[in-house]
Ligand binder design. Structure first.
Ligand code: GLU
Length: 485
């Protein structure tokens, strides 16, 4: 069997965590089984679909490295032989209407002339009477004359699916196992709107069939749509693809993940300095795990290890703290030049004058690589290299305004001035020697020196940092600190 899966976003906003997880699982499944990953744009919501959203989705998919083999492409072209891959284009080509007409002919669908207001009223009345608030099927068997009369009154019909009245509709979900709905609960849903545009449930089934999709992997918020789709497959004489519904994603407070929980779009995470690799790794664990509960994956490993068996039914919890931890792990693994490249947009944004860097900028950025959790933290950590140290008042009070600090800074300044060179090891030896000769503990000296030259109570390894800053600058800063005391 050829594996073909698709990600089918509705372009009504940015790519959010939930959508990105769905896209990723489809992508991983296709890679694992050497199949095709299709990107289909479901823009049948004429009012809410935008070009900007399509672009933003493309961008986030590219950022995450979820390359698709077929589908709509960012340059407006299409790739693959099952196109068009945009539903509005398929609608224009008459694809959906053709199948709707087929179903009308066989009596499995019918034209309904009820207005939205009439349907609302019928639902309300049903609710009041304690019945299910669903369409009551009053247009199921209109005569030709009745239809003509509606049309003469200017009414345009929608096309509704004739849902079986009795029995049930079920399927074996690849994650949720046996799922079954009583047909009485299902309504004669709209397949084509009065505008001629298909609804999601109808367009999705037609496209999944025509695009030869083997597995539908999507969020479990679609479980209630699936019985409608299963009925459509049957009515059209098609076999439904494998169906896998991914667990819901909750925020840390146990409610469905939403804007209230902070950034939810992938683009926002990219802007905040998350790495695509970390994001991909983290998303993979939202509803999936290996038998040994692995947390961190090497490049290419998820593509090998992913399987639907490891997907869970119960909701997954989005934990921003864990994501940030994971991001730190990924930053730690970056080679210096890559870290610099990724940090550069953040450094530029913070307008740090790095052109005056005393040593290669990558060396400075790498000094605290172990500690970064987000790329956006980097500018604040390296700033003191490029501008006069901004003294942290608390650190000045606590560390510089002490009886010994003046003596220490003045002595250290002399010691450094007398050094032959100014390399890390020499600076360290001179500093330790000063401490020993003057009966200070090493820390008693290191601490004020650090605050004096960087303005901060903590930072990168002290002697390397001083080597990078250079003797002249260090002496200048020691003098400045002395003038503050
Ligand atoms: N356009 C639908 C959505 O964005 C696709 C759902 C599906 O994968 O069938 O939710």
């Amino acid at each position: 069997m050829t594996i073909r899966v698709r990600f089918a976003p509705s372009p009504t906003g940015h790519l959010h965590i939930g959508g990105a997880r769905t896209a990723l699982f489809n992508y991983l499944f296709s890679r694992k089984h050497k199949g095709a990953f299709v990107l289909r744009i479901e823009d049948t919501d004429e009012d809410r679909s935008t070009e900007g959203s399509v672009r933003s989705i493309f961008e986030s998919m590219k950022w995450l490295g979820l390359d698709w083999d077929e589908g709509a492409m960012p340059d407006g072209a299409e790739k693959g032989s099952f196109g068009p891959y945009v539903q509005s284009k398929r609608e224009a080509a008459g694809t959906y209407r053709k199948y709707a007409e087929e179903l009308i002919k066989t009596g499995k669908a019918y034209q309904c002339y009820c207005t939205a207001a009439e349907v609302d009223e019928m639902r309300r009345a049903a609710s009041v009477a304690g019945r299910l608030p669903k369409y009551d099927g009053r247009c199921r068997s209109l005569t030709e004359a009745q239809r003509k009369e509606f049309e003469a009154r200017g009414r345009k019909p929608v096309v509704r699916f004739r849902m079986p009245d009795d029995g049930s509709t079920g399927w074996t979900d690849l994650i949720h196992e046996e799922v079954k709905f009583d047909n009485k609960l299902l309504s004669d849903f709209i397949m084509l709107k009065a505008s001629g545009y298909p609804t999601y449930n109808f367009a999705c089934v037609v496209d999944d069939q025509l695009m030869e999709i083997s597995h539908v992997i999507r969020g479990d918020d679609h479980i209630s749509n699936t019985p409608l789709q299963v009925n459509l497959y049957r009515a059209l004489g098609w076999q439904a693809p494998g169906l896998a519904h991914l667990s819901m994603i909750l925020g840390p407070d146990g409610t469905r993940l939403s804007k209230r929980h902070g950034a939810t779009s992938v683009g926002e995470y990219a802007k905040q300095g998350y790495l695509a690799g970390a994001m991909k790794n983290y998303l993979a664990l939202l509803g999936w795990s290996t038998t040994d509960s692995r947390q961190l994956f090497e490049e290419g490993e998820l593509e090998e290890k992913f399987d639907l068996k490891g997907c869970q039914k119960s909701p997954a919890v989005f934990d921003p703290v864990k994501l940030t931890w994971m991001n730190g792990e990924y930053i730690r693994k970056l080679p210096g030049d890559k870290l610099l490249e990724m940090a550069m947009p953040f450094i530029k944004e913070a307008a740090i004058p790095v052109e005056k860097s005393p040593v290669p900028l990558a060396d400075i950025v790498a000094l605290e690589q172990e500690k970064y959790r987000l790329l956006c933290e980097i500018p604040a950590k390296i700033e003191f290299f490029f501008s006069d140290a901004k003294y942290d008042e608390k650190a000045v009070e606590k560390t510089l305004k002490t009886p010994d600090a003046k003596k220490i800074l003045a002595g250290i300044k002399e010691a450094y001035s007398a050094l032959g060179g100014f390399k890390e090891a020499e600076i360290e030896a001179a500093t330790r020697n000063f401490a020993k000769t003057n009966a200070f503990k090493a820390g008693q000296v290191f601490h004020p020196v650090r605050v004096a030259v960087s303005g901060r109570a903590e930072g990168p390894t002290l002697f390397r940092m001083m080597e990078y800053l250079g003797r002249e600058e260090i002496v200048k800063r020691l003098e400045k600190a002395l003038s503050l005391i």
